[in-house]
Design a protein around this ligand. Sequence first.
Ligand code: P71
Length: 456
Amino acid sequence: MRDWYEPYKIKAVEPIPITTREDRRAALDDAGWNTFLLRSDQVTIDLLTDSGTNAMSDRQWAALMMGDEAYAGSRNFYRLEDTVRRVYGYEHVIPTHQGRGAEHIVSEMLIRPGDTIPGNMYFTTTRLHQELAGGTFVDVIIEDAHDPTNTDPFKGDVDLDMLEKVLEWADRVPYLSIAATVNMAGGQPISLANLRAIREIADRFGTLVMLDATRAVENAFFIQEREPGYADKTVAQILREMCDLTDGCTMSAKKDSLVNIGGWIGLRDPELAAQARNLCVVYEGLHTYGGLAGRDMEAIAVGIEESIDDNHIRARIYQVRELGERLESLGVPIVEPIGGHAVFLDARRIYPHLPQDQFPAQRLAAEIYLDSGTRTMERGIVSAGRDPETGKHRRPALELVRVTIPRRVYTGKHLEAVAVSIVDVTGRASGTGGLEMTYEPEYLRFFQARFRPLPR
Ligand code: P71
């Protein structure tokens, strides 16, 4: 038998909304041409994100019934703590309501005003919390990551020379902010060789390495597939080797861990852990629930175990890859190599006639929705926001639409239909105009910004 089919069968199904083009045009106008502002009832295939959109297993649903909703010392917390210690290897585990709750606490705990935080490409919430704590994020990802056509197998790697330079000139670097895989680069992995070198540099300069472990299991799969010497190791072994090179992590359990809500902080140092627990009770909830119900923590513990199954993670990555390869074979420009959680469409190459100020990726996401009711996400100039010092748009090299695949939710046929729609939309590209922004919120503007279509 082939070894890349889904290692599960379907027990419960949910109908999906079917709409007309007129319905979708009205919905898009109501939503200010921003896919974040659509109601899910207006969306047929929802590829906005893989965050919290996973299908839980029968075991996870059963785990919800094992919720111990005690205010303090819930047994579900100890189960989660035990699972994280065993799988990720961090001694201290502080639960949070989701990933950004963990980022908030870690940023406030470690960053002082004026600090510099180097990392392998920004992520929206991560950088915002670093900035709100008074720090400045500096991107030290390798140059290849900014080029969507470059096929480097580890586009999430850090440029080690650049990292050393930043460590030499910066006044204070509280930690290195290292993501696995790198979301904004296209779901690209970091290699173990690079992580090892980062560890060595961090030790030499006396700074910490904090991992964004949100999609670290997906990263571990890519290492197994691509890094010499790892083909015979399990994804679980590789994940552990990655974590062992770091001092702590922030985690959004809504991705790899196959749940709908939750997060945690992992730490080794007992004093830092005490500080993090202290901030947890201020912002999240008692340190044994961190804003989660007991049942949520139980479902995360089960999800972590399922997430490191080699058959699960292979089927997950292969499903994303199948969509990417189909689009590629039909001539749609995408980011290469195909990443872990999504296929990224290159709006610059699809709409070469649109200047970045007219939000080509935002328009492309809207056009795909209009065509088939498929919801995707802009990852370009709108997501990048404004520079806090100059107030000008940040202009990222990558102007992308992310077609994100929730785990265990859609079938190959759904994704085939999505590919057909994307091909139709790109076929009409030369007749498509840009957008004008009509409302811009101060923080994380992509969530709530509104637009108006411009004529071609
Ligand atoms: C994704 C999300 C969710 C999201 C966040 C912001 C804008 C749009 C969508 C969340 C991540 C992530 C990484 C690498 C931390 C978080 C925050 N990703 N690190 O990709 O990808 O976690 O959402 O649980 O707070 O759609 P949180």
